[in-house]
Design a protein around this ligand. Structure first.
Ligand SMILES: [Zn+2]
Length: 411
């Protein structure tokens, strides 16, 4: 039976400006060749008009109904940061930030930077927090890349219905965590979080690394700003749910987190940064290696979305051209064995600078697909193809059907 290689360009789709999009304007001989070899269409990752997050979009593309399984970004980021999250854990995203001001309590202090001067060396801070903070409950604190991190509470009577301590702007006080429901578990969780906030602030304020930063004129990383509380869901692994082995090749913590949550193989690829400077060649190499031993390989490429968020038409166009070069080895895949899909997880139009519900183009190349007349990879042309308009969950099932892994419905 065959395998599926799903390539996702984050935020790929656009709304045309004077009839043009970065994808329609980019020179993409390899992607055009694949469009010509395959069947094309457009896809609503979740449903027409729904603006997908990258997380909900990817769940859908992996055959998990996001309305059933999505419980917020916290647990996914925590998994991506390398925490082995368990069902019932309450997870937060964390920023190391900088606060200043008088007063004993962290909640009297003013946030002056939400990224602590984009600090990168946070290993000793992570260690100090894990060693010295004492809570009534088990917790795991882990640094992520740069100023980021994750915080997980584990135990009974917890709730994810609590507010952020991150005020999401500077010049204001650190927020107290408040229960968002009038329930004992939410009140208790908020109290635990506030205790963590006070203790971690004291530890960080006096940490040698921060004293050193102060001497050098750098901002201290003296507060942990928490946001996006989510309770880790009971989510079946990819293998349990679909009977296939999953590999996820990605640079960003969020997508790696989805791979880890679904118990897939998620290698750290050299040079894969999840950003504009990523090493596309290495990622493609890793994906082509993984398809030899895994049934379903997701290759995620992030920067298309970043250029969109920056409103950079030229940058997005040029990056798509780089992707086109990097995926050239995929033209030599054995399409009797591998079903290759190229698509996006949502549109991020240059003018909007945020995700929209506009559908994205899809190519499927596999032996036996009904090849159509589309010979160019563009969201402005793909609708003419034989796939017409489908949803993300449909795409997942169509790919399984093509490689003869779909269960029969009925006798
Ligand atoms: Zn996305």
């Amino acid at each position: 039976m065959g395998k599926v290689l799903l390539v996702i360009l984050d935020g790929l789709g656009d709304r045309p400006i004077n009839g043009k999009t970065p994808l329609s304007e980019a020179k993409t001989p390899n992607l055009n060749k694949l469009a010509e070899m395959g069947i094309n269409g457009i896809m609503d990752t979740i449903s027409p008009g729904i603006r997908p997050g990258s997380d909900t979009g990817h769940l859908s593309l992996l055959g998990y109904d996001p309305y059933k399984y999505y419980t917020g970004r916290g647990p996914i980021e925590a998994a991506g940061a390398g925490i082995d999250v368990k069902p019932g854990d309450v997870a937060f995203r964390v920023n190391f930030g900088t606060v200043k001001g008088e007063g004993k309590s962290v909640f009297d202090k003013i946030v002056v930077d939400r990224r602590a001067g984009r600090i990168s060396e946070t290993d000793p801070l992570e260690k100090a927090i894990n060693e010295k903070v004492k809570l009534d409950i088990d917790f795991i604190f882990k640094r992520g890349s740069g100023h980021r991190g994750a915080f997980v509470l584990r135990g009974e009577k917890l709730s994810d219905k609590v507010g952020d301590t991150d005020p999401h702007k500077t010049g204001v006080k650190v927020k107290k965590c408040i229960p968002l429901e009038d329930r004992d578990d939410a009140k208790r969780t908020a109290e635990i979080v506030n205790s963590f906030m006070e203790q971690s602030h004291k530890i960080l304020e006096n940490h040698p690394l921060n004293k050193e930063r102060e001497r050098k004129g750098l901002l201290k990383a003296n507060v942990t700003l928490l946001r996006g509380a989510g309770m880790c869901p009971h989510i079946p692994s990819f293998e349990e749910k679909h009977g296939m082995k999953l590999a996820v090749i990605a640079g960003t913590t969020l997508i790696k987190g989805i791979g880890k949550l679904l118990k897939g193989y998620v290698p750290d690829v050299e040079g894969a940064t999840g950003s504009k400077n990523t090493n596309l060649e290495n990622k493609v190499k890793e994906a082509l290696k993984a398809i030899k031993s895994y049934d379903f390989v997701l290759l995620h490429i992030k920067a298309t979305d970043e250029f969109s968020h920056d409103g950079d038409f030229e940058g997005k166009k040029k990056f798509i051209e780089k992707v086109d070069k990097a995926i050239e080895p995929m033209l030599n895949l054995d399409f009797g064995e591998v079903c290759l899909i190229i698509t996006g997880d949502h549109s991020t139009p240059i003018k909007v600078r945020d995700h929209t519900g506009d559908p994205v183009p899809v190519i499927i190349v596999h032996e036996g697909v009904r090849v159509d007349d589309v010979n160019e990879f563009s969201e402005l042309k793909a609708w003419k193809g034989g796939l017409c308009r489908i949803r993300g969950m449909d795409l997942f099932r169509i790919s399984l059907d093509l490689v003869n892994k779909m269960e029969k419905f009925g006798a």
